[in-house]
Design a protein. Structure first.
Ligand SMILES: [Zn+2]
Length: 480
């Protein structure tokens, strides 16, 4: 029997072990999409205990606790940090076979060198030991990023954000670029007339541009797009149920905006048309600036209206949706491609039933200008686990070129989530190792090892074209 979570965790064959330890393990991390709070990096925050980075913002853990019968007071409520941690420690033994079980113990090992299993008996010892370490400077958030060999981080930011924290981090000379990503979801969401009006007002304030027409609105947003670029942004992101690709004319957009501006409620058709128009404009700006555009598709959000009212968004009441993705997505990408306005694009799906749809969709719009121009992004959110990652990698292998894949990202709100890259890399090496030992792939570790390193790091570096620091001398990359 193998030891739980030892150095060959998830690596079933000798070749998989060699691929991971000699090629994948030491590769740095490019975290091109996450939700880390930039203010905490600007302030180089230190946490007081493990509850703060683990349980203050992690809806994966809250969902598990709620499922385990834990009262909300211990998830998002007013219980003390220690009481919350105790409830999490009680929950962990019940998360067997959920990725949380692996993530939790990987995080304890990699950040804290704690090799115990978390349960109610070990909770106090682990809480004290990790808490003591977190209070030392080595555990400031910037040092956590350094410790995990992170080379670059892209956060997720609204166009009206001042980006003051990104600017401060840069001014401080922090060697890991913390770049914003332009995510204009709020600028397209017209479902609540008051909310969008408030948003327009905020946009006026930050741009000093009076907005009374659709052109003004676009001008102000483009102003923010330019500003984001000036702070180093080169990626956009959209969180949508589905792509909207309805036909629209300029006069229709003007008329819909007038309705928005006068506080009227839009019908479903108008909402879709407005979103369709905005998506095309955003995509064209991305193309003009050579940015990469990302689309996170398929989440059915805020399903508990009761909890939305109490806790707000992103608190763990979302699930996999079943939207019809293929036709509007193809139409949208085709419109941009036909007009030579299609930027590099990454598509992420939340419904695993769309895996093959995505794997084949990307092939429709690769134009040979750059390897892997249209990417199907890494298994996302509920699919960000062993089974989900294997299925994504398998479908991508079968229907596209896995070798050109830009690989893993954390998509996390926690500074302790970086072992998810290790998790992905182990799974990747295991798949290749297995097929080499089976005689399905040649035993050419130089070549396969290169492909592994590409997927872990080099493809992303080339794709985004970021000028990153050379690897430190301590990082050894095996060549045989
Ligand atoms: Zn995200």
């Amino acid at each position: 029997m193998k030891k739980f979570l030892d150095e060959n965790f998830l690596l079933r064959t000798k070749t998989a072990q060699k691929l991971y330890h000699d090629y994948a393990k030491e590769m740095p991390i490019i975290d091109y999409h996450c939700h880390l709070p930039p203010e905490q990096i600007a302030d180089d925050v230190q946490f007081e205990n493990l509850t703060q980075p683990w349980l203050y913002g992690d809806h994966y853990k809250w969902r598990a606790m709620r499922t385990n019968g834990v009262n909300e007071d211990y998830c998002t409520g007013k219980k003390s940090d220690w009481e919350k941690f105790q409830k999490w420690a009680e929950t962990v033994p019940y998360t067997l076979r959920n990725p949380l079980y692996h993530w939790t113990h990987l995080e304890l090992q990699r950040y804290f060198d704690v090799h115990d299993i978390l349960n109610p008996d070990t909770a106090k010892k682990i809480y004290d030991e990790c808490g003591a370490k977190l209070k030392t400077p080595a555990y400031s958030v910037r040092n956590l990023l350094r410790k995990m060999n992170v080379r670059l981080v892209c956060t997720t930011d609204d166009p009206t954000d001042s980006l003051q924290h990104h600017i401060k981090v840069k001014e401080d000379g922090f060697e890991i670029p913390i770049l914003p990503a332009f995510r204009p979801d709020n600028a397209m969401d017209t479902s609540d007339p008051q909310k969008i009006l408030k948003y327009i007002k905020k946009l006026e304030e930050v741009t000093n541009i009076a907005i009374s027409s659709f052109d003004d609105f676009l001008f102000a947003l483009q102003n923010r797009h330019d500003f984001f670029a000036s702070v180093g942004c080169s990626v956009s992101d959209h969180g949508l149920e589905e792509i909207c690709a309805d036909d629209f004319t300029g006069s229709e957009s003007d008329a819909i905006f007038s309705k928005i501006h006068s506080g009227k409620t839009l019908n479903q058709d108008e909402q879709r048309k407005f979103k369709s128009a905005m998506l095309i404009h955003f995509a064209e700006w991305d193309w003009e600036k050579g940015w990469v555009q990302q689309f996170h598709l398929g989440a059915l959000r805020n399903n508990s209206s009761r909890m939305l009212q109490t806790l707000g968004k992103d608190t763990g009441w979302d699930s996999v949706g079943d939207f019809a993705q293929a036709k509007p997505l193809a139409k949208f990408l085709d419109k941009l491609d036909r007009n030579n306005r299609l930027a590099k694009t990454i598509l992420y799906n939340l419904n695993p039933a769309n895996n093959e749809l995505m794997a084949t969709m990307i092939g429709n719009f690769n134009d040979g200008s750059v390897a892997g121009k249209i990417q199907w992004g890494s298994a996302w959110w509920f699919l960000d686990q062993k089974d989900g990652m294997i299925k994504q990698v398998d479908a991508l292998s079968n229907m596209s070129l896995l070798s050109r894949f830009i690989g893993m990202l954390t998509d996390s709100r926690s500074f302790l989530s970086y072992p998810r890259h290790e998790y992905f890399r182990r799974i990747l090496c295991d798949l290749f190792g297995d097929e080499i030992e089976n005689g399905e792939l040649p035993n050419d570790l130089n070549w396969v090892g290169k492909i592994i390193r590409d997927i872990c790091y080099t493809n992303a570096q080339n794709y985004f074209n970021w000028q990153l620091q050379q690897q430190p001398a301590t990082v050894k990359i095996a060549t045989a």
